[in-house]
Ligand binder design. Sequence first.
Ligand SMILES: NC(=O)c1ccc[n+]([C@@H]2O[C@H](COP(=O)([O-])OP(=O)(O)OC[C@H]3O[C@@H](n4cnc5c(N)ncnc54)[C@H](O)[C@@H]3O)[C@@H](O)[C@H]2O)c1
Length: 717
Amino acid sequence: MIYQGKAFKVLALESGIAELRFDLEGESVNKFNRLAIEDLDAAVQAIKADSSIKGVVLTSGKEGIFVVGADIMEFTSTFRQEEGELMEMVMGVNRVFTSFEDLDMPTVAAINGSALGGGFEICLCADYRVLSNQGGVGLPEVKLGIYPGWGGTVRLPRLIGADNAVEWIAAGREQKPEAALKVGAVDAVVAPEKLLESGVAIIKRALAGELDFNARKEEKRSPLKLPMLESLMVFETTMAVVKQQAGPHMPAPVASVKAIKKHAELTRDEALKVEAEGFIKLAKSPESDVLVGLFLNDQMLKKKIKTITKKAGKVEKAAVLGAGIMGGGIAYQSAYKGTPILMKDIAQDGLNLGLNEASKLLSKRVARGRMDPLKMGEVLNHIVPTLSYSEFGDVDVVVEAVVENVKVKKAVLAEAEDQVSEEAVLASNTSTISITELAKDLKRPEKFCGMHFFNPVHAMPLVEVIRGEKTSEETVATVVQYAKKMGKVPIVVNDCPGFLVNRVLFPYFGGFASLVKDGADFQQVDKVMEKFGWPMGPAYLLDVVGIDTGCHAEQVMADGFPDRMSRDWKSAIDVMFENGRYGQKTNVGFYKYEQDKKGKPKKVADEASYELLAEVSGERREFETQEIIDRMMIPLCMETVRTLEDGIVDTAAEADLALLNGIGFPIFRGGALKYIDSIGLDKFVELADQYAHISPLYQPTEKLREMAREGKTFYGA
Ligand SMILES: NC(=O)c1ccc[n+]([C@@H]2O[C@H](COP(=O)([O-])OP(=O)(O)OC[C@H]3O[C@@H](n4cnc5c(N)ncnc54)[C@H](O)[C@@H]3O)[C@@H](O)[C@H]2O)c1
C-alpha cells in the first residue's frame, strides 16, 4: 500500500504501475465530498513522491458504480457561501484535478459503472479512458440548474469536439458505452472483468512509446485545435436549438454553450477560470436553488418509499375493474411494466375500448422504434380481458376504476371482496369519494385504500395512495409497491375531499372563476399562466379535464370545505356546464376544438364563449400580469399550506412533488411551498392579505402568520 486514506488508496500493481482506487469509506457509492477531494490531493502527492511509480490506473472500489458525482447535500450548503469563497472552493478542486492530470506519467481511468458529473470530470483528467460495457458516462449538471464546474466544459470539447460536447453538456444525459466510444470520449469499451487489465495494457503501451500520452495531456492544456475551432460555427447553430429546448426558465444549458465558446481559444488554466466564473453565477441562481432542492426532495421520497415498502405484500398479479379511460390506462401501464393484469368490465364494448387503447399506445412505441413487436405481443398477452370474476382467486391487488358513483362503487367493491383471497388488497381510483366512506360496507376495510391515478395514466407520474381511517400500513405498503412497480411516483396522503392534488387544484380554479367574474378575459388568464410555466392555462385545463367532471368535483369540494370553497354566485364554469359545453369531449368548452393534421384536438378561440360569459362576467378589462398570477396562485398555495397543517400530507417535499408530478406545476418553481419560500413568507402573507377580501381562499392561516413572524420557511433554510 503506497497510500491509504478514507476515500482514496494507492496500491502497487505490477512493474511500477499503481492503482489509484476511489472507495469512499462508509458509503455504498462514491461521491466527491470535501473529504474525498482532500484525500485525492494527498493520494496524488503520494504518487508524485514515489519515484518507482511510472503510470496510474484510476479505479473504483464500488461494484458497478464508478462515481455518482459531487455530494449534493454538501454542495447545497457550499452554494450559499459568498461568491469569493465559492470561487476558492471551485478553483481548489480544479487544482487537485489538474495535479492528477499533470502527473508526469501516463494515466488511465478504468470506469466500471456510471461516471457522472464530477465523477466523469476526474476521468477527463486522465490521459486515456476505458469503459465497462455495463457503464456509462455523462455530465448531468444542467439538470441541477448548473453546468460542469470542475473542468467538464473545458476538457470535453478539447477531447470530442465542441459540437459533441455542447450536445452532451446541454442535454445532460448519461451516454451509453457505444456512444461514448464513437465520439472518442472513451478509448475502449471492454467487459467489466477485463477493465483493470486493459487499463494496465494501455499504460504499458504508453510507457513503451507506442502511445503518446504527453500529446494527450498537451491537447487538453491548449486552446481548441483548428478543426475543432472551425466547428465553433456550431455555437451559432446550436445556441438557438439549445435555447428552444431549454425554454425561457432554464438558463444553465445556454450558459454552458456560452462558456465553451468564451474559453475555446484559451489555455486550460485560463479556461478553467472562465468556466468557474460562469458556474458560480449559476450556482447562485434561483433556478439552481429550486432544482437542487427538487433533487433532494426526490432522494427523500425514494428513501421513504423504500422504508414503507418493507411491509408490502407480494404484487405479482393485479386486476382492474372497469375498462374505461382510466381502467384501460391502468391495465396498459401494469402490463407494460411487468405485472400481469385482469381487466374486468360489465360490457364487451368496454373491454374492446380498453384493449384498443392499450394496443394504440404500444403500436406508437413500436413505430418510434422504442419497442420490438415481440415485446408488444407479450405486453398485450399480459392484459386479460374478462366479464367474470372466475380468475380473481389469486390476484394480489385489485384497482377499482368504474364510474364515479358511490353506490356503484360500493357494490362493485363488495362483490370483488367476495371473490379475492383474504390477503388481497383492494384500491379505488375514485377522484372525489371518501375512502373511509367507501370502506364502510367492506368486510376487510383494513385491506382497502385509495389509488388515485391521473389522466392519461401512462403519461402522468403521480399516484396518490390514500389512507382511509381503517386502512392498515401493510395495505398502504402493498399499493405503494404496486405503484412503484408501475414506474409511478407514489405519495401517501390521508383521506379528505379532493385528497391532496384536487383539493389544491380547485381553489386555483376558484381564483380563475373570480377573475372572470371581475372582467378578466379567460384567454389572457391562460396566456399569463402558461408564460408563468404551466403546461396549459386554467380554462384550457378545465376543457381537457371535462367541464362536467370539473363541476361535479367542484361541488364535492364545496360540500367538504363550505367555509371557503362554496360560493353564492354563478361562475364561468357553471355557464359552460349549463350550455353543454363540456370541453374537448364535446369539441367545445371555453374553446372550440378542431382536428389537426394528426387527428389531435386543436383549440381555437370561440366568440360564442364570450357571448355566453357576458351573463356572469363584469365589464371586460385588461389585468396586470402580476395580479393574474397572484390571484391564481395564492389560493392554490394557501390550500397546499392547509393540507400540510391538517396532516393530509406528511412533508412539504411530498406536497410539492405531488403537484409537480400530478398537475404539471412549473418544475423550475419547485412546487407551491417552495414558491412561497422563494417569495418569502412575510411577503406572501402580506400579498395574500391584500386579496383576502375576494374570498377566504386567500386568507393566510394563523400558523402561516406565525411562521412568517418567526422568519421560518417550509424548507427550513
Ligand atoms: N377520467 C379521468 O380523468 C379520471 C382521473 C382520475 C380518476 N378518475 C376516476 O376513475 C374512475 C373511472 O373513470 P373513467 O374516466 O375511466 O370512466 P369511464 O366511464 O371511461 O369508464 C368506466 C368503466 O367502468 C365500467 N363499469 C361500470 N360499472 C361496472 C361494474 N359494475 N363492473 C365493472 N365495470 C364497470 C364501464 O363499462 C366503463 O367501461 C372514476 O372513479 C373516476 O372518477 C378519472
